[in-house]
Design a protein around this ligand. Sequence first.
Ligand code: FAD
Length: 458
Amino acid sequence: MTQTVVPDSAAGVPVKHEIYWRETEPVVPGPPLREDVRCDVAIIGGGYTGMWTAFFLKQAEPSLEIHILEAEFAGAGGSGHNDGFMTPTIGHSLGALIHRFGPERAKLAYSVVGKSMLELRRFCSKYNVDAGFEPTGYFQVASNRHQMRLLERDIDLVHSLGGSGTIELLDAAQARERIDSPAIHGAFKVGGALINPHRLSRGLYRVVTEMGVHVHESTRVTAMRETGGEHVLTTPHARVTAPNVLLATNAYQHQFAAFRHKVVPVWSYAAVTQPLTDAQLKMVHWPEREGFVEAGNFIVFGRLTTDNRLLFGGGRATYHYKRDMDEGKHIANAKATMTLRRVLARYFPQWRDVPFSHAYGGCVAITREMVPHVGSMGNGVFYAHGYCGNGISVTHTAGKSLRDLILRRDTAYSNLLFVNGAEKGFPPEPVSYLGSKAVTSLLAVQDRFPNIIRAQIV
Ligand SMILES: Cc1cc2nc3c(=O)[nH]c(=O)nc-3n(C[C@H](O)[C@H](O)[C@H](O)COP(=O)(O)OP(=O)(O)OC[C@H]3O[C@@H](n4cnc5c(N)ncnc54)[C@H](O)[C@@H]3O)c2cc1C
């Protein structure tokens, strides 16, 4: 869907409200499933979670018949849409994780997600997946004194977990040697990588298909019922029957009754510039091309793409009444784009007039505890959701947990902190909507006046 409006007053150039990444590898969705199928494992959702689970299951038990049912195309959700920061973060933040699970379990989880990051890189080279992998890591940055204190707190948390080495907090002058932005007052480096998320999705789709997993694109599951110890999934043209079903729809997970109030979709916006010319690139000293993420409630983030566009995002996250995820209504958001234009001028005054070519939003899945939930419902139904905007590496780890849950294996992965934990819900509408409005306003005010409102979400 293309809409063009002109919120980008800097340039007077039309902006496409389409996901930039999709232009890097156009997709023609495959045909829908047309014949009834009986299989060992049926997976609803062809994003990273569904596809990594299929990948690890097929590696462990090559004879398993696995069918993935995807409403649009593999990577149509957050997996092909995200900003491409591959981070070690589980859920919203390390603070939230330690608060809920304690340091020992948090440390174990961080070590396996760290392993996933290494394996993701190896996967791309082994299977020739050109996901634009740049193993630069990224900077957590502060743009005011309050955020500097948050960086210090985060460094203390990491050190309290007893990881190897120490993390150095860079002051403004040191940080500007890495990324020359007058908005950055301090920073510390986090390991990770920048990727092209859509190309990772499409590469993973190719690999699992070659392994013998059946991926049915254009196949939306419209109903699910249990009968005789099996689950029957209805799609527009055919039914799928399986003893094991994985609900892997993340931000869309509220469509299933059991999760209606457990996960909410929150819109996050980004804008992408036209490719920067060599002369424009030289205006900002950024020698190692690391991404950066600001330590506010509503984060600001930026990174370069492999074709030297600046992807710049963040601002106030928005929840729409009754979990509205309609892209036709919300992918374009002139107010969000104008905010990004303003923040870009603050971060990179040198690039204040560089036109945006794309501006778009997508839905991040948030849970009440701000941590993901992966588990078994005990009747052959499994689930994973709530990555809180940090899913590239955690979905890989979750895929291993789901493999072991589905194969009924008791392993370290099937006992990770996010597996089978109690899950609080959000209140029904209209309380959820009104509550989210109040909370986002409070958090936005706190970002603007951090010394007046000190209450902090973990
Ligand atoms: C705007 C945005 C920016 C993000 N930035 C980052 C980032 O920089 N770093 C990071 O680590 N994470 C980021 N994330 C989070 C990350 O993208 C997700 O956590 C991850 O992609 C979740 O993968 P998934 O497979 O669980 O869900 P998804 O990729 O959303 O896959 C779910 C799939 O289910 C399908 N589906 C839904 N309903 C049905 C149905 N009834 N029948 C069949 N199919 C159905 C959808 O079409 C979709 O393809 C971001 C997310 C968004 C939205």
